[in-house]
Design a protein around this ligand. Structure first.
Ligand SMILES: Nc1ncnc2c1ncn2[C@@H]1O[C@H](COP(=O)(O)OP(=O)(O)OP(=O)(O)O)[C@@H](O)[C@H]1O
Length: 230
């Protein structure tokens, strides 16, 4: 780490799929407690960048450097769950703790799941089969599943895109509360610029020409318009 306070640094990061450059010389320093929005037009490379940060993809050039204590929670884009999926919401939220082997949770782990279910507003429906939950409830369960391992960095990859405005606000209010009260660091991938402005302090904008970053107030309509139509 060149900056002692950073929990994540992207140094000269580049990614090229065969015959298809996605991003190049991308540099980013993320410090504890920061809330970043990652924006840019469809196909510009936001998910590829998140997968590189998660070490699911190896960058073509450059490096992803973590603070050794970093724990990442990932909430994907909404994925439906079959109506007959056998787990309750509570079991689904606890899956990451069990290494996906049920039902052997320790007392402390059960308490942790209960706390997260309460924080995410899922307590009352914890025994409902997750396949029968609404889309918003399922997405909250994905968030709860990511939070149960007490991450220091939460990545929301268009996780609110399919939600109605009220559920979106509920979910992001909770993330903001965790950000402000517990210092949770957040990377929020979104196409929703008003939401980015409402919740984040910084933006990283990917464009086919390169990246721009700065305080969220600098993400002007003109910049968004230019970035999405170049
Ligand atoms: N494994 C892969 N192999 C080859 N090309 C890929 C692979 N994964 C992604 N791509 C391509 O890389 C580009 C960036 O995709 P990515 O999903 O990162 O974009 P995005 O900004 O997240 O888009 P959206 O906003 O539509 O979700 C796209 O052109 C995509 O087709």
């Amino acid at each position: 780490m060149t900056t002692t306070q950073a929990i994540l640094e992207l140094n000269h990061l580049g990614m090229t799929f065969p015959g298809h450059p996605v991003f190049n010389d991308l540099n980013l320093t993320v410090r504890p407690g920061e809330f970043w929005s990652i924006v840019g037009e469809n196909g510009v490379g936001k998910t590829t960048l998140m997968r590189t940060i998660l070490h699911q993809l190896r960058p073509t050039t450059g490096r992803v450097v973590y603070d050794p204590s970093l724990r990442i929670g990932y909430v994907p884009q909404f994925r439906n769950i079959d109506a007959d999926y056998p787990l309750t919401i509570r079991d689904f939220v606890g899956l990451n703790l069990t290494g996906w082997k049920l039902p052997w949770l320790s007392r402390a782990e059960r308490q942790r799941v209960a706390k997260i279910l309460a924080e995410t507003g899922l307590e009352k429906i914890a025994t409902r089969p997750i396949g029968q939950a609404s889309g918003g409830e399922k997405q909250k369960a994905y968030l709860a599943q990511a939070l149960v391992e007490a991450p220091s960095l939460l990545i929301l990859d268009e996780s609110t895109a399919s939600l109605d405005p009220v559920t979106k606000t509920e979910l992001l209010d909770l993330v903001q509360w965790l950000n402000q009260q517990q210092g949770l660091t957040v990377l929020f991938v979104t196409h929703d610029i008003p939401l980015a402005r409402k919740y984040s302090q910084h933006f990283l904008m990917l464009t086919p020409q390169g990246t721009e970053q700065g305080p969220i107030a600098a993400l002007t309509d003109e910049k968004v318009w230019r970035g999405e139509r170049v």
